[in-house]
Design a protein around this ligand. Structure first.
Ligand code: CA
Ligand code: CA
Ligand code: CA
Length: 481
């Protein structure tokens, strides 16, 4: 654990002029045009920055990568590496044990413009180890972006065979959204309103200000909410985070000077922008919300903080964070935990960490052994980088060695489950037990890869996989509908 002693000074240095001062807000008042440097605090103190005290668990923070250039999106690959993009077009991967970083590829036609527009999201195909497909989203002109599928050439550690999945997506100087979630054979991407074109979010004929759903080859699924349309949800301003858990897609979104949001993405719903900001609480909003199937956020921040990448934590390694969304925050330079209720439909508590410790945070990633990785975004248009930026930071519970941390030992699907829960595991599981939310065992049997839950009441349960001594191998949260 390292300490930094002496002066610790936090400057607020307004940039001039910075039209997107709330990350992306034209509507925000701009006191920043006053050309002055505000000295907020001078603390003559000893400042410990390398740990997070959660009460019982004390997390150790370690910078595991430096000198990056706006790492934008991190994903954990089926190959056991952390893959990430950098704004300028680099695709890299980091070994989470040795922290070795490999430059895998540099996309040559990335357009860099506006407020840090360039290469954004990345996602690996669920069968990556077999087909080696990965998907990226990036701007390739000052007005267009595209989703491209590459194939990982294992022997040469590079990418080959680019295939355009969705071309000529209108792009703006900001508000290009961009996170990708793949569920089964469907790809979801969130797109912003391209900054200067808020009405597009309510125009069903465009794909901006939307979450899109497509087949993995880029075709439109036959069961989308509107036949022949990619549009899955509408009314989004600038969604910059998206993850899947509890049978739900969660998304974070930048508001204007207020009303940043966390949403649950449901097919066919309208998320309100630009008529509705945050919840439906003005007369005009209530009228619009009632008429347009508007889904309100499950959480919002005012004034705005600029929430970006988001991931879901469910692991015994950091018990205090179990069943929480973790949110990387740009403008307020913090990591936020949003504790969820049992079925993941509501936020019950917010906790804020790492204030002004590493600067702007663009993405957060949870890996199966329970460690958490953050990446900074201090070399983007609004950042104030130190020499080592940009960085990737590892958060882990040092009380557990990596080998002891709860690895994912089984896959359970579908979520939610209807009649049957399928279990896949290479571990020697002998018994299965299911506990309800009251802690009562409602099912106990010898292991089978299929568990009949057709007689269960809808709700959340804990599925416990046990070895021959009835010791817990893994516990999974499952939903029965
Ligand atoms: Ca990510
Ligand atoms: Ca909204
Ligand atoms: Ca409102």
């Amino acid at each position: 654990m390292s300490k930094q002693s002496g002066f610790f000074i936090i400057f607020d240095i307004p940039l001039i002029p910075k039209p997107l001062s709330s990350e992306c807000s034209a509507n925000q008042p701009t006191p920043n045009t006053m050309k002055k440097i505000t000295l907020l605090f001078i603390l003559f103190t000893s400042f410990t920055y390398s740990q997070i005290n959660l009460g019982t668990t004390i997390l150790q923070n370690t910078v595991v990568a430096s000198n990056l250039n706006v790492p934008w999106d991190m994903v954990y690959g089926p190959d056991g590496w952390i893959w990430f993009t950098e704004l300028s077009g680099n695709i890299k991967r980091m070994n989470p044990t040795t922290y070795q970083i490999q430059q895998v590829f540099a996309i040559s036609d990335v357009a860099l413009f506006g407020f840090s527009v360039g290469l954004h999201s990345i996602q690996l195909h669920p069968d990556f180890n077999t087909n080696h497909y990965l998907y990226v989203h990036y701007a390739y002109t000052n007005t267009t972006s595209k989703i491209v599928r590459y194939e990982y050439d294992v022997a040469n550690n590079t990418l080959i065979n680019p295939t355009i999945i969705l071309n000529a997506i209108p792009a703006g100087v900001s508000h290009n959204g961009s996170r990708i979630v793949i569920l089964g054979d469907k790809l979801f991407i969130c797109l912003g309103d391209t900054y200067n074109n808020a009405p597009t979010a309510q125009n069903t004929a465009t794909i901006n200000g939307k979450v899109l759903r497509m087949n993995l080859d880029g075709s439109i699924p036959s069961d989308n909410p509107t036949p022949g349309s990619y549009v899955y949800t509408m009314g989004h301003r600038n969604p910059q985070g998206m993850c899947y858990a509890n049978g739900r897609i969660y998304s974070s979104e930048h508001g204007t000077s207020a009303n940043d949001e966390v949403n649950i993405i449901e097919p066919g719903r309208n998320y309100g922008w630009p008529t509705v900001e945050g919840v439906c609480n003005t007369a005009a909003e209530i009228t619009f919300c009632n008429a347009n199937n508007v889904k309100e956020p499950i959480y919002s921040w005012s004034p705005s903080i600029a929430p970006a990448g988001m991931d879901y934590y469910q692991n015994a390694a950091i018990p205090e964070w179990d069943n929480s969304l973790l949110v990387a925050v740009l403008k307020n330079k913090v990591l936020i935990q949003l504790k969820l209720n049992a079925d993941g439909s509501q936020v019950t508590q917010q906790n804020i960490y790492l204030t002004n410790t590493y600067g702007r945070l663009r993405d957060v990633l949870v890996i199966p052994d329970g460690r958490v990785f953050l990446c900074t975004s201090n070399r983007d248009y609004a950042g104030s980088p130190i020499a080592a930026d940009d960085r990737i930071i590892e958060l882990k519970n040092p009380a557990l060695s990596i080998g002891q941390i709860n690895e994912t030992k089984a896959t359970v699907y579908p979520v939610p489950s209807d009649n049957v829960i399928n279990i896949e595991s290479n571990y020697d599981i002998k018994f299965v037990s299911i506990i309800n939310m009251d802690g009562k065992e409602v099912y106990a049997a010898k292991y089978s890869s299929k568990v009949d839950v057709s007689g269960f009441a809808a709700g959340t349960y804990f599925l416990r996989l046990l070895d021959g001594d009835k010791k817990l191998v893994e516990q999974k949260r499952v939903l029965v509908k």
